[in-house]
Design a binder for this molecule. Sequence first.
Ligand SMILES: Cc1cc2nc3c(=O)[nH]c(=O)nc-3n(C[C@H](O)[C@H](O)[C@H](O)COP(=O)(O)O)c2cc1C
Ligand code: SF4
Ligand code: SF4
Length: 283
Amino acid sequence: MNAGVFCFSGTGNTWWVSNQLAAALGRRGCPAEVYSIEKLDANDAQIIIQKSDILIFSYPVYGSFMPWPMKGFIDGLLQADEEKDIAVICTQMMFSGDGAWFYHRAFEEKGYKVKWTFHFNMPNNISIGIFPFPYTVDENKINRILKKCAGKVEKAAESISSGIGSLKGAGPASRLMGLMQRPAYVKLVRRPFNSPYSVDIEKCNLCRKCIMMCPENNIVLENGRISFGENCTLCLRCYNYCPQTAISAYGKAHDPKKPPYRGPEGFDPVKIASAKILSDFNE
Ligand SMILES: Cc1cc2nc3c(=O)[nH]c(=O)nc-3n(C[C@H](O)[C@H](O)[C@H](O)COP(=O)(O)O)c2cc1C
Ligand code: SF4
Ligand code: SF4
């Protein structure tokens, strides 16, 4: 038995969880490979699907929704030619209600049955000053969150490798929570969506890293300046990973009390935007 993990990660958390899960599955005799969906087309995906016994889809929740790149990837999948069980795993800072279960119909339409759903709490990546969510870049606190999460990942791997289904967030209370949370984020899943960013031209050195890392090709260099289009999925990658912290959100520069979130160690936002097989990038 083997597994293929289709991963979208804005700032590194979901990448980390996906790799932890792949390693935990490997220890249980189910080798797993993690793929970045950012450069995979439907044909690449089909090859991976055909060679994997179990499929896993991983993404961060954005107000109980999935990010646009992941939704586009799922919508673009070819129809399944054999029934396959899938797991959906979400990372979140606190809660999303039914963030992993909400899209089960989209998967069913493609011929996949959602057998497992899991939510993993990870550090909050919303470093934008105006948002009141608890935020930390304290290494000790982050390590505690990661340790707790790693324990949950082991349990998820046990459930997946033993074939025993587990649907977290599919109950009525979780679905109600998701239902209540989604309206606040509806703007995010409507296109066009204008990114709330602007660039401080004094700080920006035109290194173009933001252009290279954007999963939605939403950033361009025009007339000697960086500018943003209307395809933002608000993954916060450019905002957090600009080496000059030159990107402002909602007209405000980075809050010194909220330094940028740079994800678990080893995450490379430029590489994830261009790599297909994430173990290649991990090496
Ligand atoms: C636009 C946006 C919306 C988010 N909404 C939620 C949410 O509703 N609930 C939650 O617990 N975390 C929420 N988060 C936090 C992220 O889901 C969390 O930090 C996640 O692990 C980030 O994963 P990544 O590093 O792979 O992008 C949100 C983050 C962003 C950027
Ligand atoms: S990553 Fe930052 S410094 Fe580099 S081009 Fe983009 S905004 Fe400018
Ligand atoms: S513009 Fe920035 S936040 Fe928006 S999708 Fe691109 S990298 Fe993510």
